[in-house]
Design a protein around this ligand. Structure first.
Ligand code: ATP
Length: 319
């Protein structure tokens, strides 16, 4: 019987559990022993793994976070640490590892490939910042969490006729800021991929106040500017009271949406299909709604584009 393993790594993302469930159940159906590695690459170096049976992944499809825990393990960049992980895999006779995580985690997977371990990547990060894939597990849930927060902030912004600056996650990516801006009807979204002059933002808010708007909401991606800095610039320029809200880790947790569960299940099941087809050193991606695969090399060195036409749309629609 063939032994395979699954781990989650990097930032946790809602839907990771649904992907684990799919890998374990589909793997089991195909006659594999599926091992769950706890705490990502860190756990692998410590031999922290156990066989998962189909019932072990019952009742998790709707739960946020990851039952396998996640971790960041900088030491995994060192060859002697990777060799320790490989020794564990050899001891358990595991020749393939499914890595659920972001592009950093895919680099970890590639490191295993260099030591002769086969790997398949499943894109999971709320940031949706992985090149070539339209979608990563967790993005939709996070976007909806942000939207719910923005709707609440809008109520208080309107009642007090205030300008709010809301900082969202995304590291170097503006995907969450961009789409939450469009979906919430914000005045402006500031993203790292297309840095806007603050004078333009100030002009936009000034205009909207002059046109009788009761509130303004500016969304800032954490990689573009901090809410505190943005707030200071706007309040100094317009002499108005500005409130800030940093949404923080609430964006990472919570029940995965239907979209996240569906993609996670499709990714998990397809990853096992790829093992049967003897494919490896690849990440799964979504392209025009279809699940496809792409070499890790291309994904890791590629660049994710942001649809900046959406910025113009946000501006045009928030008159
Ligand atoms: P997220 O986008 O949610 O932060 P991520 O997978 O990109 O997820 P990282 O912290 O970049 O998160 O990477 C996760 C882990 O992958 C690291 O802690 C490390 O163990 C491993 N890893 C990252 N880069 C490398 C590398 N160059 N070589 C080996 N392992 C790596």
């Amino acid at each position: 019987m063939k032994n395979i393993a699954v781990l989650t790594s990097g930032g946790d993302a809602p839907g990771m559990n649904a992907a684990i469930r799919a890998v374990v159940r589909k793997g089991n159906k195909e006659g594999f022993n599926v091992y769950g590695i706890s705490h990502g690459f860190l756990g692998l170096t410590k031999g922290d793994l156990k066989k998962l049976e189909v019932r072990d992944v019952g009742d998790i499809i709707h739960r946020g976070g990851t039952i396998l825990y996640s971790a960041r393990c900088e030491e995994f960049k060192e060859v002697h640490v990777q060799q320790k992980a490989v020794a564990t895999l050899r001891e358990y006779n595991i020749d393939t590892v499914i890595v659920i995580g972001g592009d950093g985690s895919f680099r970890g997977a590639q490191a295993l490939e260099r030591h002769g371990i086969k790997t398949i990547g499943i894109p999971a990060t709320i940031d949706n910042d992985i090149p070539f894939t339209e979608y990563t597990i967790g993005f939709d849930t996070s976007l909806n969490t942000i939207l719910e927060a923005l709707d609440r902030i809008r109520d208080t912004a309107t009642s007090h006729e205030r300008t709010f600056i809301v900082e969202v996650m995304g590291r170097e990516s503006g995907q969450l800021a961009l789409y939450s801006g469009l979906a919430s009807g914000a005045e402006v979204s500031l993203v790292p991929e297309a840095i806007e002059e603050m004078s333009t933002v100030i002009h936009k808010i000034d205009e909207s106040i002059r046109l009788g708007k009761k509130h303004s909401i500016v969304i800032v991606a954490e990689g573009a500017i901090s809410a505190a800095e943005c707030s200071k610039i706007i309040s100094d320029a317009l002499h108005i009271e500005v409130r800030t809200s940093v949404l923080g880790h609430i964006q990472r947790g919570g029940k995965p949406t239907a979209r996240d569960r569906i993609y996670a299940s499709r990714f998990g099941s397809t990853a096992v299909d790829l093992i049967l087809e003897e494919k490896h050193d690849v990440a799964l991606i979504v392209n025009e709604g279809k699940i496809k695969m792409k070499d890790f090399d291309e994904v890791i060195t590629g660049k994710k584009n942001l649809d900046t036409s959406i910025l113009k749309m946000i501006d045009e629609l928030s008159i």
